[in-house]
Design a protein around this ligand. Sequence first.
Ligand code: DGL
Length: 270
Amino acid sequence: MAVGIFDSGLGGLTVLDAVAKRLPDVPLVYLGDSAHAPYGVRTPDDIYNLTTAATTRLFDAGCDLVILACNTASAAALRRMQESWVPKDKRVLGVFVPMIEALTERQWGDNSPPREVAAKHVALFATPATVASRAFQRELAFRAIGVDVEAQACGGVVDAIEDGDMILADALVRSHVDALMRKMPSPDAAILGCTHYPLMEAEFQAALGPDVKVFSQANLVADSLADYLTRRPEMVGPGTDAAFLTTGDPKKVSARATQFLRRQITFTAA
Ligand code: DGL
């Protein structure tokens, strides 16, 4: 009864951690494609090919339901996968919708027409590929009207986090927040639209100031998954073993993951 969680690298661990706390009895198989990270500078075709390969590996590990805990894959590949690739008895879900539902004060699956919401000026921080896809704005437009979104492509932040260079990551976060605030001086809300960024949430909040509400995905996705599994309990797959798989160097990746989650995490080769 395993659920798969996929990211290009370590960022999806923020989602895994929240899901593990929310659903302690569900074995989770995590796959980080660190050999190919970052995805945020790749083309949509490249992201699609890498994401389908990783998702197949998670199906093979006994997961019928795979969460793309990667906004870049959710933005650039998910729709195409759902339309023409995902087998009938499997499900692949992304991380965008739970966050947009929270921002637009909606319950799970509320398909009523778009309406006005409290947040009027929203800052979106994401990878270059996610920003280029405009997937966030598209999903938001289905649910809310009158929201002004300013997006900032945060080049370099994922690389710095994957390399464990948190000083560089901090400097880059500050410079990306500065750049955003030159375009939108007073956002009401900020979306951390990359699962690596919760690892820098305190830095984003400090740079944005206390008046900006920061939305970060991990808990929102965990709640939404718990809700989904109560409705669709059969989607917990046949696998019984939790695992951490990486396409990168297991030793290096285990050390970084242990540092980020502050508990021992041991990756093996995917
Ligand atoms: N964690 C991925 C995301 O949410 C990072 C993508 C990348 O590898 O650039 O977008």
